[in-house]
Each structure stands twice: as structure tokens, then as C-alpha cells.
Design a protein around this ligand. Sequence first.
Ligand code: SAH
Ligand code: SF4
Ligand code: F3S
Length: 468
Amino acid sequence: MSDRKYIAKEEIERQMTLADRLYAEIQPRCLKFYVETFGCQMNVRDSETIKGILARCGYTECAEKETADLILFNTCCVREHAEKRLMGNIGALREQKESNPGLIVGICGCMMQQDGIAKKLLRRFPHVSLVFGPNVVFRLPEMLGAVLSGERIALTDEEDFAIAENLPRIRDNSRSAFVNITFGCNNYCTYCIVPFVRGRERSRSMEDIRKEAESLCASGITEITLLGQNVNSYGNDLEAGSFAELLDKLNFVPGLKRLRFMSSHPKDLTNEVIAAIARNDRVCHHVHLPVQSGSNAILKRMNRKYTREQYLEIIRKLRDAVPDVEFTTDIIVGFPGETEEMFRETLSLVEEVGFAAAFTFAYSPRVGTAAASMHDQIPEDVKKRRLYELNALQAEKTVENNKKYIGYEGEVLIEGCDERTDETMLYGKYRNFKMVYFPGKPEEVNQYRNVRVLSLSRNSLIGERIDG
Ligand code: SAH
Ligand code: SF4
Ligand code: F3S
């Protein structure tokens, strides 16, 4: 692996020149693209860049696959079911390709970085002509040029996972934006494929991040979510700069009202980070803090590098420093070797913490990861039953968490509206990520309003505006 950290500016310019040349050919033909995104926010953010580059090449976006001239699936491989779903999706495009031979079907994203899969997909699906990994997105103009002249391309990054700055981008959302702060991951949790497909952890420079945040806010964005597999280790590979310093700096970006971040790895959530969350008024009072398991034996086998007790201590410290902070988490059940007793420890941790929400998963073996070859794999039916039990407990905890919000008042950023009922209901989030519904008008979407919670309806908070 070389230590080249950035893709050279000249290379990015060369790709953009190729894009401009394609524009002259593609735009007059009114060609349309459709991008479907799977997986996490990293992929959502990558899709914005992919769409930006396709637009620069002369394509326009369309809302339905059926009318597209270029269909691209941005894939995830963190769990197995994603692959099965993708194969189904691609197979289903055979007929569309037969009736429109000019159609380009492409597959990109994390799954393409798995050993040999890119070439395998080209062999298995003759109607697919473009396959690439997440770290070569910047070469899309060059790849597209080749595909348009009849080649079939499979390009992944086996080398240096360098950062590409200053690529175009199309956002669906005029209120909130994602900003990458790190790429890749160094943690090698034993169940996880991400370090293998996304490469080593690399931090963007504080300057590049600040400039991007400033330009987003100058264009009307008021909420930014900083993205990294482990945001707390931001800066470990830089000469200067830490996550706490980054929060201090971004807090003063003109126009920014809300600064969010995800995910936080408990092993790196230091007192310094807690203090930075507490002292910066734009930083939101929500921490997504994946615990994965409540059993120390399992945490150790997962290579998570913290104990249940240390995790609970972080929760306590954050609650002391930021009283209305809310936590969400990720949990895996049925990790190899998880006994019934160990699983009960996860339940008791969920009981103790009172997460606002939990994303729960049955362990899914990923080829190449350490856990996949552990001996004591758990039968599927046991995983399913544990998942069911965990979800039932979390559902109770969510209702309990909601109850404490009756009478709560705070500022809500309106994200959307539901017009199916007699009265239009707006929905949006408080600073600490709690969602509330309240009556209003569709044109208020993307605005901020003060809202008081009046009642609960199943899993939701229902409120009224208190600012006239
Ligand atoms: N970097 C983030 C997580 C990225 S993956 C973090 O460390 O918090 C998102 C979630 O998927 C993980 O938190 C984990 O709960 C789940 N996950 C990852 N690999 C998995 C696997 N092999 N089986 C089941 N769930 C998995
Ligand atoms: Fe995967 Fe662990 Fe890295 Fe998260 S921190 S991406 S779970 S290896
Ligand atoms: Fe999936 Fe890649 Fe994210 S594997 S979870 S899309 S980093």
C-alpha cells in the first residue's frame, strides 16, 4: 500500500475534462440516470457524488428505473441479505436491457471491493457493463466513456485508497447534508467487513472539512452530519487536529444551526469529546453509540476494546454533562459463542440504558472476517428468537422513553409532512433526535418551529407549535 494520501488535483481535473467532453455527446440525446442506494450514510453520500458526476457528464436524473438509460446500484455488504437482494434486482433488468440495448446497467459500492466479485458479476450478468468500487468513483467519466464505446469495465481499488477532493455533488435535500470526515476503518471488529472493503482510516484535513461546511451553509444548509465509521478517532493520522477540535471549529460556521455526527466508537469517546459536545451550542444532544453486546466475553471476542462497565460509564458521564442527551445504538445478537446468559446481559444493558432507539441485527458471517471462522456459530432459529426478544424489549423502552417527553418544549427542524390524514401533519426532530408530529402546512418543511409535546400515539410524539 503506498502512502499517497490524496488523488492528485490534475487527475481530478482530467476526469472533469473527460466529463465535459461526454456532456457534448450525452446531453443532446436527453439520456437519464437512476441510482439506487443500499447501506449506510457513507453510500448515501457517495451516491450524491456519483449523481453529481453523471450530471456533469450530461445525464439527468429520473425517478423510475423503467425510463432510465443508465441504472446504477450502489451496494452494501455488511450483512448477507443485501447480496441476495442485489442479485434479484440485477436479474430483473434482463428484459429491460433486451428491449433497450443502449441501457447501461452498473453496480458499485462496498460489495464490489470483495474478493473477485466485480469480475464474477460481469461474467454472471452479460447485461451488466459497469462495475466499480467506492474508492474509484472519481474515475466515473473515464469508465463511462469506455462503456459508451462498447467496453465492459470492472474497476476496484486494490492499492492506496487515496482521498479524492472537490468532486461535484447532487443533494436531494436542501436542509441537511452529510460531510465525510474520515474514510475507511482501522478497528477490525471481528464480525465486520467494512475495513476490508473501505480500506484504512484516513482523515480529511480540517481545512477541507471547514470549507465544505461553509459552502454548504452558504447555500442554505442548516444541519450537517459528520460521517465516519468512528468519528472519535478523527485526526489520528493527521499531524494536528482531533474530533473535539473539529467540533470546536465547525460550531462557528456561519448559518449552521445543528451539527450532528456518526458513528461514535465507545473506545474513543474520551472526556475531551464529551466536553466538546457539552460546550458547543450547535452540537446536537444525540450520540449514536453502538454497543453491539452487553456481555464482556462477547465484546472481547468482537474486538471492541471496551467493557460493559466502561460503556455504562460513558453513558453516565454524557448524561451528567448534557442532561437531555439521547442515545441510539447498534446491537448484534447471535455472535459466535453467545450463550443464553450472555444474551441476557445484552437485554439487561438495554434495560439499564434506555436507548431512544436501537438498530438490531442477527449476526451474519462475512467471508474473510475473523468471526466467520469461529467454531461456535449460533443456529439461525436461535438468532431469530433472540432478535425478536430484544426488539420486544426495545419497543417497550421506546414507549417508556417517549413518556418522559409529555410537556417537553423545544425547537424542531421540520423534515416532511404527511397529508394522508384530514389535517396535514408535519414531522421533524428536536436537537436530541427525538421525532415529533404536529399540525402545520406543507410549505413549512425545512423550517424551524418551537413545538410542545401533548400526547403519544403508538411510537410517536404528537405536539403543537408554540410560536404562533
Ligand atoms: N462503524 C460503525 C458501524 C458500521 S456497520 C460502528 O462501528 O459503529 C453498522 C452496524 O452493522 C454495526 O454497528 C453492527 O451492529 C452491524 N454489523 C456489522 N457487521 C455485521 C455482521 N457481520 N452481522 C450483523 N450485523 C453486523
Ligand atoms: Fe466495522 Fe467496527 Fe469499523 Fe464499525 S468500527 S466499521 S463495526 S470494524
Ligand atoms: Fe454497507 Fe459499506 Fe456502509 S458495507 S454499512 S455501505 S460502509
